[in-house]
Design a protein. Sequence first.
Length: 295
Amino acid sequence: MIRVYENEDITKYYIEFRPKYQDCVVEEVLRFCNENRASKTDENRQQVMVDVACGSGQATTPFQKHFENIIGVDVSPNQIKEARLANDFENISYKVGTAEEIPVESGSVDLLISATACHRFDFAKFFKEAKRVLKPDGCMALFSYAPRVTPMNVVDPIIREELADKATNLLLKYHRNPTDEQSNIYCFGKYQDIYKKVPAKNKKWIKDGLVMKYDWSLSQLLGYLRSNAAYQEYMKMMKEKNKDASEDEVKKWDRALMLRDFIKREWKMKGVNDDNVMMRADFSVFLVLANKLTV
Ligand SMILES: C[S@@+](CC[C@H](N)C(=O)[O-])C[C@H]1O[C@@H](n2cnc3c(N)ncnc32)[C@H](O)[C@@H]1O
């Protein structure tokens, strides 16, 4: 279970900097639901969706208009507090709870989703819970993403892609979790191993083709990196190993600062304010879709 999101500072980063899922993802998930629903009387609106490990609602709210009732569940009370503060919708509510003990009634859910989180679940317990809460024709969608950053100030496409490759490689290196290699294998493998694990009669793995596109500044990218569990766990590990380190020493291993220096040097943006270093941030989404669970 990821417990780095308990702290209020981190949950504030989270709500400010994590991308919300775009329509292309919602549409892909709903297409699978509609193909596999027993009752097709109302194609556009189903009854109940649950988003487990919802954070502050990044994947919850994009589904708002497609369900009568949506419940976001997260183990972190602070994530739930932020989600509730940001919630403008009467049909969305948030609860503290876990993916392994989902706080909803058996057989009540049309769609169960989990975004950028299930790679840390206890799968044996989670799949049993998923089967318990889903309606007989209910569907499950597990998804996450991989980022790519491309400079906006470079005209030559070959140079632009080379600079994008270099910065993205470093960003992805910093996405590797220092304490949980299994979650790295799941994420860098685009959830293929999770797809294989899902016990379902009907399942589908979408590994590419869905890209969410954002225009970001370097400040936004650094906020995003700082909101990552891998970054937080690395900083915690380094601070524990170097208990007497001064602030200046901490800066030397701060991966957000290292990424900032690298990008500004490589992209020839030294001296430019972080807010004015603009980039295209593409998030390539991979999904595991399933129904008729067999546990
Ligand atoms: C990387 S965030 C993802 C948040 C959001 N779904 C998104 O896509 O941005 C992971 C979240 O999972 C929550 N979490 C981790 N393990 C959990 C579990 N077993 N049950 C419920 N929540 C969990 C954490 O508290 C955190 O808010």
